[in-house]
Ligand binder design. Sequence first.
Ligand code: HH2
Length: 272
Amino acid sequence: MTAPTTKDRPLVMGILNVTPDSFSDGGRWFGTDEAVARGGQMIAEGADVVDVGGESTRPGAEPVGVKEELRRVVPVVEALASRVRVSVDTTKEAVAEAAVDAGASLVNDVSATLWPVAARRKVGWVAMHRKGTPATMQADPSYDDVVREVADFLVERAADAARGGVHEVWIDPGIGFGKTVSHNLELLAAISTLVGTGYPVMVGTSRKRFIGVLTAEGEEPDPVEERLPGSLATATWAMQGGARMVRVHDVAPTVQAATLVGRRPGDPEDRP
Ligand code: HH2
């Protein structure tokens, strides 16, 4: 399965949430102008892909209607697509279609159902695993073997998509989507199992709650704005395991981390 990369490092996807309620940056880039400016900043910081989303997937988030999601996403995609590869983070077919019309070339699909759009429109597709819906997913997630279940699910969906004519299929374990802290850690420790399926792997840990839980000294998770070191550590962990793309809020530090992953003494780039 092809995963276009011209870089000798894993790719960095910058998160652009055009939403009032995303868990870490909700409301900050809600206006079109603010969102486009934020996208420009991420391009300047070295983002390989900018992922534009108009509906929060955080636990308990309010669903957004198609019309409103289109209003949020389409102008931003349109403004950025000539400058960088744009993906659209949506679970709605109509929004995926409109974003592709506006220039997006990757559909980032946390529902893992939209491959027919990618096949029809000849764009890439990210299949992410989740258990349940945003309303229910963190209630009491349980698995017999989380790595096996996630890998089997993703391979089945990816194979359907490949058979259906999608030429670029990414798989993503869906860190935090119906997973406990231990499930997230098990999946990060087993990225090589996903890599072994042959599909390029993408991972999103950025600023997620499990980071704040693991570093907290008291009952409350450390706040979102204090999760950058843990975000970099987990992104690096995933890249070291073979992930070919990481989805992050903090582009510049992650590009630096990605550049260092896999560097070895004797590389042509070595300088005294
Ligand atoms: N995580 C989020 C949203 N989309 N897509 C993929 N492929 N992988 C992920 O891990 C993933 C994703 C959740 O993070 P964020 O976009 O920052 O928050 P929100 O859903 O609240 O907008």
